[in-house]
Design a protein around this ligand. Structure first.
Ligand code: SAM
Length: 370
């Protein structure tokens, strides 16, 4: 690979970046094996830097910057989102954690994000402000990027969907546009589904997604789309399953008790609560916990001096935990923390299912009404 001189990269980028400063940034990245400096001030892509590539010609991106991540695999969007919104917010964590006003807050409006972006709005509402269209669509594409780098099919395993009787109702609470319900309905067509999310999400795009992917599911009534704010009482009563995937981690304990409490109020005696979410381990041995939660197995302990939770080899949920803290006052949770939270919401943690090949994305917590 020939590479290009920093002067030329700067000139064609259309950004106005000063070439010598750009070369220094690229050199720092090269020093981390992201790009290669093939000869002085001449830089080339390598396998790692290629993840930053949208696959679009530079001229196209300059001409239509708003659409930079449209129809990509979402990986560049994810990296850009993390390096931008996330890192800016994270820089304000010390001031937030030590602030007399915010230190003990559980509100999604009193976070490092709120300090960094000088707003009183929760993170997702702030995205909806005029002028934030690019970063909002970048975030959505970034979520697609996460899906693309995660092993597929995790939602199908860890709960016995197959054995539910014909016509049983699954409610995907905070289900986004329903990508995981789509996976479920394709594999378990004997069940009925409702996908719930906010009015903003359950929009025309949402309907279009289903019309593109599986029009019969909507036409036959097998899948219904229902706007619903899960901080309000749940309108669907006594379904077979309330499913929440990657929802609870967005919220502080006080809000989770409210969300899960509404589901408990709407549950029937046979309703199961299925939480598809991460379970983080302590950085020390956890033998006592393992005995008290059916199905929970702490990570297989690697030999010392490696850490019992596998350290950086299993770092992703710990990074997400910091992200949740900075952006939303949300939290990843350990197995005992899950147990306590469910109990406080009127649910009993029945068992945990972990499937190692899906990593931190593969855990499910199955709870029943107390
Ligand atoms: C991290 S996403 C998870 C989406 C989906 N379950 C998945 O796994 O792809 C959290 C979802 O919660 C939804 N949400 C946030 N606040 C909500 C509320 N008050 N009522 C209903 N949905 C809400 C968001 O719109 C978003 O789709």
């Amino acid at each position: 690979m020939q590479g290009a001189h920093a002067d030329d990269i700067a000139a064609t980028s259309g950004t106005g970046v000063e070439p010598k400063k750009l070369a220094r940034v690229l050199r720092m990245l090269c020093t981390n094996h992201i790009f290669r400096e093939v000869s002085p001030n001449i830089f080339a892509n390598n396998r790692i830097s290629s993840a930053l590539d949208t696959g679009k010609p530079v001229a196209q991106i300059i001409q239509n910057a708003e659409m930079k991540h449209d129809r990509t695999n979402g990986l560049a969007a994810l990296i850009e989102h993390c390096a931008d919104d996330d890192m800016k917010a994270s820089a304000y964590l010390p001031e937030t954690l030590l602030s007399p006003v915010m230190a003990k807050s559980e509100e999604p409006t009193e976070t490092a994000f709120n300090k960094a972006f000088n707003t009183n709005l929760p993170w997702f509402s702030w995205y909806e402000l005029p002028g934030n269209e690019y970063i909002m669509s970048r975030f959505s594409m970034g979520m697609k990027g996460i899906q693309n780098i995660s092993p597929g099919g995790a939602i199908l395993h860890g709960f016995d969907w197959k054995s539910l009787p014909e016509g049983s109702l699954i409610v995907d609470v905070g289900g986004g546009i329903g990508t995981h319900t789509l996976e479920l309905v394709r594999s378990f067509g004997h069940l009925n589904y409702i996908v719930q999310d906010t009015e903003a999400v359950v929009s025309e795009d949402f309907v279009q997604f289903w019309m593109n992917e599986y029009p019969d599911a909507i036409a036959s009534g097998k899948v219904k789309l229902l706007p619903h704010d899960f901080l309000k009482p749940q309108p669907v009563k006594a379904p077979a399953v309330f499913l929440l995937r990657l929802v609870i981690k967005n919220w502080s304990d006080a809000y989770c008790v409210k969300i899960l409490g509404h589901l408990r109020d709407a549950a029937g005696p046979e309703t199961k609560l299925v939480l598809a979410d991460s379970i983080i381990a302590h950085a020390c041995p956890e033998d006592v916990v393992a005995e008290s939660i059916p199905g929970y197995t702490p990570p297989a302990r690697p030999p010392a001096p490696l850490l019992p939770n596998k350290g950086v080899a299993a770092i992703l949920p710990y990074i997400v935990d910091m992200h949740m803290l900075a952006m939303l006052n949300g939290s990843e949770r350990t197995a005992p923390e899950w147990q306590t939270l469910l109990k406080a919401s009127g649910w009993k943690l029945d068992h945990v299912s972990q499937i190692p090949r899906f990593g931190s994305q593969g855990a499910k917590l199955i709870a029943v009404p107390m």
